[in-house]
Design a protein around this ligand. Structure first.
Ligand code: LLP
Length: 455
């Protein structure tokens, strides 16, 4: 590690009461796991507020150090609520939203709309109308249909809308296929190799209500390979050069998306902004120099890298059981009070996590365990195989770190489970920033209507 950026799976203020080892009571920002659960219930997402600030500032500073005028957009899909949007406003970073719902959260936080970019591969006409009416800074156009839609809506509103084009640079990344987005056979963006990117540029140039300011790519998520980002940037710069050759002027902006990997287990190390940004900058600078282009305004859109490690989920153990395996060994199942409804990532992407006993120490030996949820699915597995103390019993607390990104944001109500609360902790104090759902919330959607003819 060449800097002070925290690259482990833990948030900066997470501690275990037994020094120098994982053991004892877990506390985050001075709040013990037991007290958090006593006050707020479980399962609960515990967000280390200072850590969120630290990471956001680190990515912003690294970007600004490598690129004058560089712009950081936080990817709201990883996790957003009104309070977090207010933090981001205070931190003076931009926001990447991809639905009207995410935009509504930003508006509720009074987020400056000029610092918002609007993504998505299927934005509806009404979403585009709402976005343009709300004066979002940039719309990232994803398809030919949408290009026509944005042009039409902007024209109807008497506006000229700033846009980027999302391009697919044809980079195959080493990540799960469901979170890889820049190879050719994917639903997102305009292919550079197939010539769609050039056609989309020409169409934008012909539309008076569109101001094409730059190009964008997002090659996927949880990517450790720095050279994938470098290759994508190189291919986008080639597009900027051909634009200059055709139109005799330069596109001023380049957005290279998010996707920076974090640690989920103890043998992984997160990508540090102080390593990856200068490495990407070196390539962008040399490619621009070769092509005789001015360095465009660079923006990035990390989500996971900022919010992922800030948050730890605390569960309570409900039942345990031991099963005999065919090979003669045994496996102990530990069932917790949440599961695939608050963390779908293991089931969907075979994502790996770690768990720790969080309310006490144990001197028992660790045994092969499987941490499972309470849903009616065999696939409701949070951690397939992990060594955990043999005396873990009902009532104990288990903590799973690095659940801040795509945990609460992908949570569901499967089996009519209320979605957990998100608690921000800081300097020994805790507060809800997203309250726990309750049965009344769930039942509020049920209606009894008389049948009526459809018009
Ligand atoms: N920009 C765009 C256009 C994106 O589509 C995404 C994520 C990001 C930025 C932020 O990517 P990040 O820095 O967070 O990796 N649910 C999956 C991840 C899906 C990512 C979707 N797009 C997961 O849990 O791994």
């Amino acid at each position: 590690m060449t800097d002070n950026y925290p690259t482990s799976l833990f948030s900066a203020n997470l501690k275990f009461s037994n020094q120098n080892q994982h053991g004892g009571e877990l506390s985050i920002a001075g709040c013990s796991a037991s007290k958090i659960v006593k006050e707020f219930g479980s399962p609960v997402f515990v967000l280390d507020e200072e850590d969120f600030y630290l990471r956001t500032k680190a990515w912003k500073a690294a970007l600004e150090k490598s690129f004058a005028g560089g712009q950081l957009y936080y990817a709201a899909k990883s996790f957003i609520c009104v309070e977090v949007a207010k933090w981001l406003k205070e931190l003076k970073v931009g926001l990447d939203v991809c639905t009207q719902g995410e935009l509504a959260v930003a508006l509720a936080a009074d987020f400056p709309t000029s610092d918002i970019e609007f993504h998505g591969n299927n934005k509806s006409e009404s979403e585009i109308e709402f976005a343009i009416k709300s004066s979002v800074g940039t719309i990232v156009i994803d398809s030919f249909d949408e290009l026509a839609r944005v042009a039409r809506v902007a024209k109807n509103q008497g506006k000229v809308q700033k846009v980027y084009l999302r391009l697919t640079p044809g980079v195959d990344t080493q990540t799960h296929q469901f979170i890889s987005t820049a190879h050719e056979d994917v639903k997102f963006g305009f292919s550079i190799a197939a010539g769609d990117a050039q056609i989309a540029i020409d169409k934008c140039m012909a539309e008076g209500s569109i101001n094409l300011a730059g190009v964008h790519c997002h090659i996927g998520s949880q990517i450790f390979q720095v050279d994938s980002f470098q290759l994508a940037a190189t291919r986008l710069i080639a597009v900027l050069a051909s634009y200059r050759d055709k139109y005799g002027k330069e596109l001023p902006e380049l957005n290279i998306g998010g996707g920076y990997a974090i640690a989920y287990t103890e043998n992984e190390t997160a990508i540090s902004p102080n390593e990856v940004i200068p490495a990407i900058a070196a390539v962008i600078k040399s490619e621009c120099e070769k092509a005789k282009l001015a360095i465009p305004k660079i923006s990035i859109e990390p989500g996971r890298a900022i919010v992922g490690p800030t948050t730890t989920t605390i569960y309570q153990v409900g039942t345990t059981k031991s099963v005999k395996l065919e090979n003669g060994l045994s496996r102990r199942y530990i069932s917790v009070d949440g599961g695939m409804s608050d963390n779908i990532r293991p089931a969907l992407y075979e994502a790996n996590y770690c768990a720790f006993l969080a309310n006490r120490s144990s001197s028992e030996k660790s045994i092969s365990s499987r941490v499972v949820g309470k849903h009616c699915e065999s696939g409701d597995i949070l951690i397939s195989e992990i060594e955990l103390p043999a005396d873990i019993a009902p009532g104990d607390l288990l903590a799973i770190p690095a659940t801040g990104a795509y945990g609460r944001s992908m949570a569901s109500n499967y089996n009519h489970m209320p979605r957990p609360s998100v608690i921000a902790v800081k300097a020994g104090q805790g507060r809800e920033i997203l309250r726990r759902e309750n049965e009344a919330d769930l039942l509020s959607l049920d209606v009894t209507q008389a049948p009526r003819p459809l018009s």
